[in-house]
Unconditional design. Structure first.
Length: 200
């Protein structure tokens, strides 16, 4: 049994991932306003305090991170920094701080999405941030110590969000939540590292 931290544990993807992994492991649910521990992933100080509260752990899973959706013509510098601070550096800092505390042969599982590979109208900032996180994972996997692994799950539009978000993704076939959850399980319980687990 592993001790697993799940950031964004009450979200659309985070909740079913937490429910599945908690069948076999000890799960610590982390959220911005809910869960066992509250944390602001845009704050290094908040991330450090979360790790101090948890202590040693075997795996970190992230199912959180925000970014701006706007047409290119409306974008300004600050619009990019929403995603950079949250979905990009939030996840990067969770790894940078977590590597100091994670048990040997542990793992990090981050999240991006289909927009890194298949942009839609208005997704410039999110596509950029997703691509950066994918690259971070590939590079970081080569340098982590003590057999620690890192992967990123890149889901498409999930069925549960299709009604609300489908108009932003014309022609995209929604992905089942079961398949997305399996991607996270593969990363946490498998042996791969440096992988972008595409579930498109």
């Amino acid at each position: 049994m592993m001790k697993i931290i799940i950031v964004g544990a009450s979200g659309t993807i985070g909740k079913p991932v937490s429910d599945e992994l908690s069948k076999r492991h000890e799960v610590i649910r982390v959220g911005s306003k809910s869960g066992d521990i509250q944390m602001d992933m845009t704050s290094v100080d908040s991330i450090q305090k979360m790790y101090e509260a948890v202590g040693e752990f075997d795996a970190l899973v992230v199912a959180a991170g925000s970014a701006t959706m706007k047409p290119l013509q409306e974008l300004a510098n600050d619009d990019f920094y929403v995603g950079i601070k949250s979905k990009m550096m939030g996840q990067v800092n969770l790894v940078l701080e977590g590597q100091k505390r994670i048990n040997p042969k542990g793992s990090f599982t981050l999240i991006t999405g289909i927009l890194a590979d298949d942009p839609v109208h208005g997704s410039v900032t999110l596509s950029t941030v997703n691509g950066a996180v994918n690259a971070f994972v590939k590079a970081t996997a080569r340098e982590l110590d003590n057999g620690v692994r890192i992967n990123v799950v890149s889901p498409g539009l999930v069925e549960e969000s299709a009604e609300a978000l489908g108009s932003y993704f014309p022609g995209h076939t929604p992905v089942s939540m079961h398949r997305v959850v399996d991607g996270f399980v593969k990363s946490v319980e498998g042996i791969g590292t440096g992988e972008v687990i595409r579930l498109h």
